[in-house]
Design a protein around this ligand. Structure first.
Ligand SMILES: [Zn+2]
Length: 217
């Protein structure tokens, strides 16, 4: 099999992938994104690129460390590139993800999760691990749909909780400690309550507590 991107290296410290990071390309076309992800001078890449029409291309072997995540952390772990598989979805960032693309993503995720024994709680967005720095896959990405197929997690709390408990729960679920509480709330909402605003409320707290209860590291 031919992998067209030269932008990868050895996973450090013998690490194996335990996370899958979902991105959008933020470029006008899938072809332009592919060029960039395969350009040695750009020094960026991802293991997979999925077009709007659902064509999935493997750019880097999954065993290798692709350069997609950059600075950030999840569950207290740094060097996310050494610990993850990166999937780029062709999307400018301001429009919905077409059905064929979502179906292809589901197929690709199912394969990766089986090959590397990664559970649904290991599937995260770039914005989760890099709050304030990254916003992809963005508010139009359908996390709930992935969760229904066991390909991501989605909380279903019974009742609101004390808003004061939000931040500790978000940290326990995995959001980075190295950023402000405001950025943690922003990143959390981008994924779980994209259209909410204002300070953390009882719904944010209930959602985060449910996630922490089931998936805390
Ligand atoms: Zn990204």
């Amino acid at each position: 099999m031919h992998f067209p991107s030269p932008n990868h290296g050895e996973r450090r410290g013998g690490l194996r992938p335990s996370l899958i990071v979902i991105h959008y390309t933020a470029m006008d076309s899938c072809a332009a994104a592919r060029d960039r992800l395969c350009d040695p001078e750009a020094e960026v890449s991802a293991h997979w690129l999925i077009s709007e029409t659902g064509a999935a291309e493997a750019l880097v072997p999954e065993e290798r460390r692709a350069w997609h995540a950059g600075a950030g952390e999840w569950r207290g772990m740094g060097d996310i590139n050494s610990r993850s598989i990166g999937i780029e979805l062709a999307n400018r960032g301001d429009h919905p993800y077409p059905e064929p693309q979502m179906q292809a993503l589901e197929r690709v995720l199912t394969g990766i999760m089986a090959r590397w024994s990664i559970g649904p709680d290991g599937v995260i967005g770039h914005s989760d691990m890099a709050p304030g720095r990254k916003a992809d896959p963005g508010p139009r990405f359908d996390w709930r749909r992935l969760a229904r197929s066991g390909l991501a997690v989605w909380p279903a709390p019974q009742a609101p909780a004390d808003p004061a408990g939000f931040d500790a729960a978000a940290l326990a679920f995995g959001y980075p400690a190295g950023v402000s509480a405001d950025l943690r709330l922003e990143a959390f909402r981008l994924r779980f309550r994209p259209w909410a605003s204002g300070p953390a409320d009882g719904t944010d707290a209930a959602l985060a507590l449910e996630l922490a209860r089931h998936f805390a590291a």
